[in-house]
Design a protein around this ligand. Sequence first.
Ligand SMILES: Cc1cc2nc3c(=O)[nH]c(=O)nc-3n(C[C@H](O)[C@H](O)[C@H](O)COP(=O)(O)OP(=O)(O)OC[C@H]3O[C@@H](n4cnc5c(N)ncnc54)[C@H](O)[C@@H]3O)c2cc1C
Length: 423
Amino acid sequence: MVMLYSFSHSISIYNHCMDKLVAVIGGGPAGLMAAEVISARGVRVDLYDSMPSLGRKFLMAGKGGLNITHSEPFEQFVSRYGKRRAQIEPLLKTFGPHEVRQWVHGLGIETFVGTSGRVFPEGMKASPLLRAWLKRLANSRVTFHLRHRWRGWLPDGSLHFATPEGETATSPEAAVLALGGGSWSRLGSDGAWVPWLEQAGVRVEALKPSNCGFDVDWSPHFRERFEGQPVKSIVLSFGSFRQQGEFIVTKEGLEGSLVYAASALLRDELSSQGKAILSLDMTPDRSREWLVEKLSKPRGARTMASHLEKTVGIKGVKAGLLREFVAKEDFTNSERLASAIKALLIPLIAPRPLDEAISSAGGVMFEELDEDLMIRSMPGVFCAGEMLDWEAPTGGYLITACIASGYMAGNGVLKWLEASTNR
Ligand SMILES: Cc1cc2nc3c(=O)[nH]c(=O)nc-3n(C[C@H](O)[C@H](O)[C@H](O)COP(=O)(O)OP(=O)(O)OC[C@H]3O[C@@H](n4cnc5c(N)ncnc54)[C@H](O)[C@@H]3O)c2cc1C
Protein backbone atom coordinates (compact mmCIF):
# COMPACT_ATOMS: atom_id res chain seq x y z
CA MET A 1 0.00 0.00 0.00
CA VAL A 2 1.24 3.50 -0.80
CA MET A 3 1.85 5.62 2.29
CA LEU A 4 0.32 9.05 1.88
CA TYR A 5 2.07 11.98 3.41
CA SER A 6 0.41 13.01 6.66
CA PHE A 7 0.60 16.39 8.33
CA SER A 8 -1.53 15.51 11.33
CA HIS A 9 0.70 13.28 13.46
CA SER A 10 1.49 15.84 16.15
CA ILE A 11 -1.59 18.02 16.28
CA SER A 12 -1.90 17.74 20.05
CA ILE A 13 1.48 19.38 20.67
CA TYR A 14 0.20 22.57 19.13
CA ASN A 15 -3.28 22.74 20.64
CA HIS A 16 -2.34 25.76 22.70
CA CYS A 17 -1.25 27.59 19.49
CA MET A 18 -4.72 27.43 17.98
CA ASP A 19 -5.60 30.98 18.97
CA LYS A 20 -2.56 32.29 17.08
CA LEU A 21 -2.61 33.90 13.64
CA VAL A 22 0.10 33.53 11.02
CA ALA A 23 0.41 35.48 7.77
CA VAL A 24 1.74 33.75 4.67
CA ILE A 25 2.48 36.18 1.86
CA GLY A 26 2.67 34.63 -1.60
CA GLY A 27 0.39 31.87 -2.89
CA GLY A 28 2.83 29.90 -5.04
CA PRO A 29 3.95 26.36 -4.17
CA ALA A 30 6.25 27.56 -1.35
CA GLY A 31 3.63 29.71 0.40
CA LEU A 32 0.85 27.17 -0.08
CA MET A 33 2.99 24.42 1.46
CA ALA A 34 3.88 26.65 4.43
CA ALA A 35 0.17 27.42 4.89
CA GLU A 36 -0.67 23.72 4.70
CA VAL A 37 1.86 22.72 7.35
CA ILE A 38 0.83 25.51 9.73
CA SER A 39 -2.93 25.09 9.30
CA ALA A 40 -2.66 21.30 9.64
CA ARG A 41 -1.77 21.94 13.30
CA GLY A 42 -4.94 23.96 13.75
CA VAL A 43 -3.26 27.37 13.61
CA ARG A 44 -5.14 30.08 11.69
CA VAL A 45 -3.42 31.26 8.53
CA ASP A 46 -4.16 34.41 6.54
CA LEU A 47 -2.68 33.88 3.08
CA TYR A 48 -2.13 37.02 1.00
CA ASP A 49 -1.40 37.36 -2.69
CA SER A 50 -1.27 40.39 -4.94
CA MET A 51 -2.95 38.55 -7.82
CA PRO A 52 -6.68 37.86 -8.29
CA SER A 53 -5.98 34.09 -8.09
CA LEU A 54 -3.32 31.83 -6.56
CA GLY A 55 -0.54 29.72 -8.04
CA ARG A 56 -0.35 31.43 -11.42
CA LYS A 57 3.27 30.49 -12.10
CA PHE A 58 2.57 26.95 -10.92
CA LEU A 59 -0.25 26.79 -13.48
CA MET A 60 2.05 28.17 -16.17
CA ALA A 61 4.62 25.52 -15.24
CA GLY A 62 1.91 22.96 -15.99
CA LYS A 63 1.33 24.25 -19.49
CA GLY A 64 4.12 22.26 -21.06
CA GLY A 65 3.65 19.35 -18.60
CA LEU A 66 4.09 19.93 -14.85
CA ASN A 67 7.44 18.41 -13.99
CA ILE A 68 6.93 18.23 -10.23
CA THR A 69 10.11 16.39 -9.24
CA HIS A 70 12.70 13.87 -10.50
CA SER A 71 13.16 10.16 -9.85
CA GLU A 72 16.97 10.01 -9.95
CA PRO A 73 18.89 8.84 -6.84
CA PHE A 74 18.94 11.36 -3.98
CA GLU A 75 22.70 11.92 -4.24
CA GLN A 76 22.37 12.96 -7.87
CA PHE A 77 19.23 14.99 -7.11
CA VAL A 78 20.91 17.14 -4.45
CA SER A 79 23.95 17.71 -6.68
CA ARG A 80 21.66 19.79 -8.97
CA TYR A 81 21.66 22.63 -6.45
CA GLY A 82 25.36 23.35 -7.12
CA LYS A 83 26.82 26.02 -4.87
CA ARG A 84 23.76 25.93 -2.59
CA ARG A 85 23.64 22.18 -2.13
CA ALA A 86 24.72 22.50 1.51
CA GLN A 87 21.73 24.75 2.25
CA ILE A 88 19.13 22.88 0.17
CA GLU A 89 20.10 19.33 1.15
CA PRO A 90 18.71 19.56 4.73
CA LEU A 91 15.40 20.81 3.31
CA LEU A 92 15.22 17.90 0.87
CA LYS A 93 16.17 15.40 3.56
CA THR A 94 13.06 16.58 5.44
CA PHE A 95 10.73 16.84 2.45
CA GLY A 96 12.37 15.62 -0.75
CA PRO A 97 11.36 14.15 -4.11
CA HIS A 98 9.86 11.04 -2.50
CA GLU A 99 7.70 13.07 -0.10
CA VAL A 100 6.62 15.40 -2.92
CA ARG A 101 5.25 12.41 -4.82
CA GLN A 102 3.50 11.02 -1.74
CA TRP A 103 2.00 14.43 -1.11
CA VAL A 104 0.65 14.62 -4.69
CA HIS A 105 -0.88 11.15 -4.19
CA GLY A 106 -2.46 12.47 -0.98
CA LEU A 107 -4.29 15.04 -3.10
CA GLY A 108 -5.84 12.17 -5.05
CA ILE A 109 -3.57 12.50 -8.08
CA GLU A 110 -1.29 9.74 -9.31
CA THR A 111 2.22 10.49 -10.59
CA PHE A 112 4.31 8.84 -13.28
CA VAL A 113 7.96 8.82 -14.28
CA GLY A 114 8.66 10.01 -17.83
CA THR A 115 11.36 8.53 -20.05
CA SER A 116 13.95 11.05 -18.83
CA GLY A 117 13.27 10.17 -15.18
CA ARG A 118 11.22 13.34 -14.67
CA VAL A 119 8.11 12.96 -12.52
CA PHE A 120 4.73 14.33 -13.61
CA PRO A 121 1.24 14.27 -12.13
CA GLU A 122 -1.18 12.11 -14.07
CA GLY A 123 -2.54 14.19 -16.96
CA MET A 124 0.58 16.37 -16.68
CA LYS A 125 -1.47 19.45 -15.82
CA ALA A 126 -1.11 21.66 -12.76
CA SER A 127 -4.76 22.76 -12.55
CA PRO A 128 -6.34 19.59 -11.01
CA LEU A 129 -3.55 19.48 -8.44
CA LEU A 130 -3.88 23.18 -7.58
CA ARG A 131 -7.67 22.88 -7.37
CA ALA A 132 -7.46 19.95 -4.95
CA TRP A 133 -4.76 21.72 -2.93
CA LEU A 134 -6.68 25.00 -2.57
CA LYS A 135 -9.84 23.11 -1.63
CA ARG A 136 -8.00 21.29 1.13
CA LEU A 137 -6.50 24.54 2.41
CA ALA A 138 -9.86 26.35 2.33
CA ASN A 139 -11.34 23.50 4.39
CA SER A 140 -8.64 23.95 7.00
CA ARG A 141 -8.04 27.24 8.77
CA VAL A 142 -6.58 29.13 5.79
CA THR A 143 -8.27 32.36 4.69
CA PHE A 144 -7.26 33.67 1.28
CA HIS A 145 -6.82 37.41 0.80
CA LEU A 146 -6.42 38.02 -2.91
CA ARG A 147 -5.48 41.33 -4.55
CA HIS A 148 -3.52 42.15 -1.40
CA ARG A 149 -0.16 43.49 -2.40
CA TRP A 150 2.37 43.44 0.40
CA ARG A 151 4.39 46.70 0.50
CA GLY A 152 6.84 46.01 3.29
CA TRP A 153 6.66 46.89 6.97
CA LEU A 154 5.16 50.00 8.57
CA PRO A 155 7.29 51.77 11.23
CA ASP A 156 5.37 49.91 13.97
CA GLY A 157 6.48 46.59 12.45
CA SER A 158 3.08 45.62 11.00
CA LEU A 159 2.77 44.13 7.52
CA HIS A 160 1.52 46.73 5.09
CA PHE A 161 -0.80 45.85 2.17
CA ALA A 162 -2.37 47.76 -0.70
CA THR A 163 -5.80 46.42 -1.68
CA PRO A 164 -8.47 47.62 -4.12
CA GLU A 165 -10.34 48.92 -1.05
CA GLY A 166 -7.33 50.88 0.22
CA GLU A 167 -4.39 50.26 2.52
CA THR A 168 -4.45 47.83 5.41
CA ALA A 169 -2.01 46.43 7.97
CA THR A 170 -1.78 43.37 10.16
CA SER A 171 0.43 42.18 13.02
CA PRO A 172 0.30 38.39 13.14
CA GLU A 173 2.31 36.26 15.57
CA ALA A 174 4.57 35.12 12.70
CA ALA A 175 4.87 35.59 8.95
CA VAL A 176 6.17 33.54 6.03
CA LEU A 177 7.37 35.48 3.01
CA ALA A 178 7.10 33.32 -0.12
CA LEU A 179 7.14 36.04 -2.76
CA GLY A 180 8.89 34.17 -5.58
CA GLY A 181 11.73 35.43 -7.76
CA GLY A 182 11.65 38.08 -10.44
CA SER A 183 10.75 36.30 -13.67
CA TRP A 184 7.43 36.28 -15.53
CA SER A 185 6.27 39.26 -13.45
CA ARG A 186 2.86 39.20 -15.09
CA LEU A 187 2.17 36.03 -13.08
CA GLY A 188 2.74 37.91 -9.81
CA SER A 189 6.35 37.50 -8.68
CA ASP A 190 8.10 40.71 -9.66
CA GLY A 191 10.95 40.95 -7.16
CA ALA A 192 9.58 44.26 -5.79
CA TRP A 193 10.26 42.89 -2.30
CA VAL A 194 14.06 43.17 -2.71
CA PRO A 195 14.44 46.80 -1.55
CA TRP A 196 11.95 46.32 1.29
CA LEU A 197 14.01 43.51 2.75
CA GLU A 198 17.25 45.37 2.15
CA GLN A 199 15.85 48.43 3.96
CA ALA A 200 15.04 46.11 6.85
CA GLY A 201 18.74 45.16 6.94
CA VAL A 202 18.41 41.76 5.24
CA ARG A 203 21.14 40.99 2.70
CA VAL A 204 19.81 39.97 -0.69
CA GLU A 205 21.92 38.69 -3.58
CA ALA A 206 20.80 40.54 -6.74
CA LEU A 207 18.19 38.59 -8.73
CA LYS A 208 19.57 37.19 -12.00
CA PRO A 209 18.05 35.17 -14.83
CA SER A 210 18.38 31.40 -14.44
CA ASN A 211 17.29 28.77 -16.96
CA CYS A 212 17.32 31.55 -19.51
CA GLY A 213 18.04 32.13 -23.19
CA PHE A 214 20.88 34.21 -24.61
CA ASP A 215 21.32 36.92 -27.22
CA VAL A 216 23.32 36.10 -30.35
CA ASP A 217 24.19 38.63 -33.03
CA TRP A 218 22.48 36.77 -35.90
CA SER A 219 22.79 38.21 -39.40
CA PRO A 220 19.45 39.56 -40.70
CA HIS A 221 19.42 36.75 -43.31
CA PHE A 222 19.89 33.96 -40.73
CA ARG A 223 17.32 35.46 -38.37
CA GLU A 224 14.72 35.82 -41.07
CA ARG A 225 15.28 32.34 -42.43
CA PHE A 226 15.63 30.28 -39.23
CA GLU A 227 13.81 32.07 -36.39
CA GLY A 228 11.67 29.55 -34.51
CA GLN A 229 13.51 26.48 -35.83
CA PRO A 230 14.78 23.75 -33.50
CA VAL A 231 18.39 22.59 -33.69
CA LYS A 232 18.19 18.94 -32.69
CA SER A 233 20.51 16.19 -31.50
CA ILE A 234 23.52 18.35 -30.93
CA VAL A 235 26.01 18.40 -28.07
CA LEU A 236 26.55 21.73 -26.34
CA SER A 237 29.87 22.17 -24.56
CA PHE A 238 31.01 24.96 -22.31
CA GLY A 239 33.84 24.47 -19.80
CA SER A 240 32.99 21.37 -17.78
CA PHE A 241 29.44 21.29 -19.22
CA ARG A 242 28.74 18.82 -22.00
CA GLN A 243 25.20 17.67 -22.80
CA GLN A 244 23.22 16.39 -25.75
CA GLY A 245 19.83 17.91 -26.54
CA GLU A 246 18.23 20.64 -28.57
CA PHE A 247 17.52 24.35 -28.59
CA ILE A 248 15.49 26.81 -30.62
CA VAL A 249 16.74 29.71 -32.71
CA THR A 250 14.89 32.86 -31.66
CA LYS A 251 14.82 36.34 -33.09
CA GLU A 252 17.28 37.43 -30.41
CA GLY A 253 19.40 34.30 -30.00
CA LEU A 254 18.92 30.87 -28.40
CA GLU A 255 16.30 29.37 -26.07
CA GLY A 256 15.36 25.88 -24.91
CA SER A 257 16.17 23.08 -22.51
CA LEU A 258 19.78 22.49 -23.57
CA VAL A 259 20.66 26.18 -23.32
CA TYR A 260 18.82 26.48 -19.98
CA ALA A 261 20.87 23.58 -18.62
CA ALA A 262 24.11 25.50 -19.31
CA SER A 263 22.67 28.92 -18.51
CA ALA A 264 24.10 29.44 -15.02
CA LEU A 265 27.66 28.83 -16.29
CA LEU A 266 27.15 30.94 -19.40
CA ARG A 267 25.55 33.79 -17.44
CA ASP A 268 28.37 33.85 -14.87
CA GLU A 269 31.02 33.79 -17.62
CA LEU A 270 29.33 36.71 -19.41
CA SER A 271 29.19 38.60 -16.14
CA SER A 272 32.84 37.99 -15.18
CA GLN A 273 34.53 37.95 -18.62
CA GLY A 274 32.17 40.06 -20.70
CA LYS A 275 31.88 37.25 -23.23
CA ALA A 276 30.98 33.56 -23.45
CA ILE A 277 31.48 31.27 -26.40
CA LEU A 278 29.68 27.96 -26.52
CA SER A 279 30.71 25.05 -28.69
CA LEU A 280 28.32 22.83 -30.65
CA ASP A 281 28.98 19.34 -31.97
CA MET A 282 26.44 19.09 -34.76
CA THR A 283 27.11 15.42 -35.51
CA PRO A 284 27.67 13.77 -32.12
CA ASP A 285 27.34 10.28 -33.66
CA ARG A 286 30.00 10.89 -36.31
CA SER A 287 33.73 11.28 -35.77
CA ARG A 288 35.77 14.10 -37.21
CA GLU A 289 37.68 11.55 -39.33
CA TRP A 290 34.44 10.27 -40.82
CA LEU A 291 33.43 13.83 -41.69
CA VAL A 292 36.81 14.59 -43.30
CA GLU A 293 36.61 11.48 -45.43
CA LYS A 294 33.07 12.23 -46.64
CA LEU A 295 33.64 15.94 -47.19
CA SER A 296 36.81 15.20 -49.20
CA LYS A 297 34.77 13.47 -51.93
CA PRO A 298 34.78 15.45 -55.16
CA ARG A 299 31.98 18.03 -55.15
CA GLY A 300 31.67 18.16 -58.94
CA ALA A 301 29.04 20.61 -60.08
CA ARG A 302 27.10 20.41 -56.77
CA THR A 303 26.58 23.53 -54.69
CA MET A 304 28.27 23.52 -51.28
CA ALA A 305 24.83 23.26 -49.61
CA SER A 306 23.99 20.17 -51.61
CA HIS A 307 27.48 18.70 -51.01
CA LEU A 308 27.08 19.12 -47.23
CA GLU A 309 23.67 17.50 -47.27
CA LYS A 310 24.61 14.59 -49.58
CA THR A 311 27.91 13.74 -47.89
CA VAL A 312 27.34 14.37 -44.16
CA GLY A 313 23.60 15.05 -43.91
CA ILE A 314 23.93 18.64 -42.75
CA LYS A 315 21.15 20.89 -44.02
CA GLY A 316 18.62 23.53 -43.03
CA VAL A 317 19.30 25.36 -39.80
CA LYS A 318 22.52 23.40 -39.10
CA ALA A 319 23.92 24.43 -42.49
CA GLY A 320 22.74 27.98 -41.73
CA LEU A 321 24.68 27.97 -38.46
CA LEU A 322 27.81 26.89 -40.30
CA ARG A 323 27.36 29.72 -42.80
CA GLU A 324 26.89 32.11 -39.91
CA PHE A 325 30.10 31.28 -38.03
CA VAL A 326 32.57 29.59 -40.43
CA ALA A 327 34.82 31.64 -42.70
CA LYS A 328 33.94 31.27 -46.38
CA GLU A 329 37.34 29.84 -47.31
CA ASP A 330 37.02 27.07 -44.72
CA PHE A 331 34.11 25.55 -46.61
CA THR A 332 36.52 24.32 -49.26
CA ASN A 333 38.88 22.81 -46.70
CA SER A 334 37.49 19.44 -45.53
CA GLU A 335 39.71 19.37 -42.45
CA ARG A 336 38.63 22.80 -41.23
CA LEU A 337 35.00 22.28 -42.14
CA ALA A 338 34.93 18.96 -40.24
CA SER A 339 36.47 20.67 -37.21
CA ALA A 340 33.80 23.38 -37.35
CA ILE A 341 31.00 20.80 -37.59
CA LYS A 342 32.39 19.05 -34.48
CA ALA A 343 33.01 22.27 -32.53
CA LEU A 344 31.12 25.23 -33.93
CA LEU A 345 31.85 28.28 -31.80
CA ILE A 346 28.89 30.57 -31.11
CA PRO A 347 29.61 33.82 -29.27
CA LEU A 348 26.89 34.93 -26.86
CA ILE A 349 26.25 38.56 -26.13
CA ALA A 350 24.09 38.59 -22.99
CA PRO A 351 21.52 36.54 -21.10
CA ARG A 352 17.92 37.36 -21.95
CA PRO A 353 16.26 39.66 -19.37
CA LEU A 354 15.22 38.25 -15.97
CA ASP A 355 11.54 38.67 -16.76
CA GLU A 356 11.80 36.11 -19.58
CA ALA A 357 13.72 33.50 -17.59
CA ILE A 358 12.13 30.31 -16.26
CA SER A 359 13.49 31.09 -12.79
CA SER A 360 15.67 33.47 -10.80
CA ALA A 361 19.07 33.07 -9.23
CA GLY A 362 19.91 35.30 -6.25
CA GLY A 363 17.58 36.24 -3.43
CA VAL A 364 17.64 36.31 0.36
CA MET A 365 21.06 35.03 1.45
CA PHE A 366 21.02 31.85 3.51
CA GLU A 367 23.49 33.46 5.89
CA GLU A 368 20.61 35.72 6.99
CA LEU A 369 18.48 32.72 7.97
CA ASP A 370 18.54 30.12 10.70
CA GLU A 371 18.04 26.41 9.98
CA ASP A 372 14.23 26.88 10.12
CA LEU A 373 14.50 29.63 7.45
CA MET A 374 13.70 32.38 9.94
CA ILE A 375 15.44 35.72 9.33
CA ARG A 376 17.85 35.91 12.25
CA SER A 377 17.48 39.68 12.63
CA MET A 378 13.67 39.55 12.35
CA PRO A 379 12.36 36.94 14.80
CA GLY A 380 9.09 35.43 13.62
CA VAL A 381 9.65 36.25 9.93
CA PHE A 382 10.44 33.25 7.70
CA CYS A 383 11.31 33.01 3.99
CA ALA A 384 10.67 30.22 1.49
CA GLY A 385 10.78 29.35 -2.19
CA GLU A 386 12.42 30.96 -5.16
CA MET A 387 13.02 34.21 -3.24
CA LEU A 388 15.92 32.44 -1.47
CA ASP A 389 19.42 32.57 -2.96
CA TRP A 390 19.66 29.27 -4.86
CA GLU A 391 19.15 28.05 -8.38
CA ALA A 392 18.71 24.71 -10.10
CA PRO A 393 18.14 23.43 -13.62
CA THR A 394 14.72 22.51 -14.95
CA GLY A 395 13.69 18.91 -14.29
CA GLY A 396 11.40 19.31 -11.25
CA TYR A 397 14.22 20.60 -9.03
CA LEU A 398 12.69 24.08 -8.76
CA ILE A 399 9.22 23.15 -7.51
CA THR A 400 10.64 20.43 -5.25
CA ALA A 401 12.95 22.87 -3.44
CA CYS A 402 10.18 25.49 -3.25
CA ILE A 403 7.84 22.97 -1.63
CA ALA A 404 10.61 21.67 0.65
CA SER A 405 11.46 25.18 1.85
CA GLY A 406 7.76 25.96 2.41
CA TYR A 407 7.54 22.80 4.49
CA MET A 408 10.62 23.79 6.51
CA ALA A 409 9.42 27.37 7.05
CA GLY A 410 5.94 26.14 8.04
CA ASN A 411 7.43 23.83 10.65
CA GLY A 412 9.75 26.63 11.74
CA VAL A 413 6.71 28.82 12.39
CA LEU A 414 5.13 26.08 14.51
CA LYS A 415 8.33 25.74 16.55
CA TRP A 416 8.48 29.50 16.95
CA LEU A 417 4.84 29.68 18.15
CA GLU A 418 5.45 26.81 20.53
CA ALA A 419 8.53 28.52 21.96
CA SER A 420 6.76 31.89 22.16
CA THR A 421 4.09 30.48 24.45
CA ASN A 422 6.92 29.64 26.86
CA ARG A 423 8.63 33.01 26.52
C1 LIG B 1 7.12 28.81 -17.98
C2 LIG B 1 7.58 28.18 -16.70
C3 LIG B 1 7.63 26.81 -16.60
C4 LIG B 1 8.08 26.20 -15.42
N1 LIG B 1 8.09 24.84 -15.35
C5 LIG B 1 8.52 24.24 -14.21
C6 LIG B 1 8.47 22.83 -14.07
O1 LIG B 1 7.95 22.11 -14.94
N2 LIG B 1 9.01 22.27 -12.94
C7 LIG B 1 9.55 23.04 -11.94
O2 LIG B 1 10.05 22.49 -10.95
N3 LIG B 1 9.53 24.39 -12.00
C8 LIG B 1 9.03 25.00 -13.10
N4 LIG B 1 9.00 26.36 -13.18
C9 LIG B 1 9.47 27.15 -12.01
C10 LIG B 1 8.43 27.16 -10.85
O3 LIG B 1 7.14 27.45 -11.36
C11 LIG B 1 8.83 28.20 -9.80
O4 LIG B 1 10.15 27.93 -9.37
C12 LIG B 1 7.89 28.17 -8.59
O5 LIG B 1 6.56 28.50 -8.97
C13 LIG B 1 8.34 29.17 -7.53
O6 LIG B 1 7.50 29.00 -6.43
P1 LIG B 1 7.38 30.12 -5.30
O7 LIG B 1 6.24 29.72 -4.44
O8 LIG B 1 8.69 30.36 -4.68
O9 LIG B 1 7.02 31.46 -6.10
P2 LIG B 1 5.84 31.79 -7.13
O10 LIG B 1 5.24 30.57 -7.69
O11 LIG B 1 6.42 32.79 -8.05
O12 LIG B 1 4.75 32.46 -6.19
C14 LIG B 1 4.98 33.70 -5.56
C15 LIG B 1 3.63 34.33 -5.24
O13 LIG B 1 3.87 35.53 -4.50
C16 LIG B 1 2.99 36.52 -4.95
N5 LIG B 1 3.61 37.82 -4.68
C17 LIG B 1 4.78 38.30 -5.14
N6 LIG B 1 5.01 39.52 -4.65
C18 LIG B 1 3.96 39.82 -3.85
C19 LIG B 1 3.61 40.94 -3.04
N7 LIG B 1 4.40 42.03 -2.95
N8 LIG B 1 2.46 40.89 -2.33
C20 LIG B 1 1.63 39.80 -2.39
N9 LIG B 1 1.91 38.73 -3.15
C21 LIG B 1 3.06 38.74 -3.86
C22 LIG B 1 2.83 36.24 -6.43
O14 LIG B 1 1.64 36.78 -6.95
C23 LIG B 1 2.86 34.72 -6.47
O15 LIG B 1 1.56 34.17 -6.42
C24 LIG B 1 8.52 27.00 -14.33
C25 LIG B 1 8.47 28.39 -14.43
C26 LIG B 1 8.01 28.98 -15.60
C27 LIG B 1 7.95 30.49 -15.68
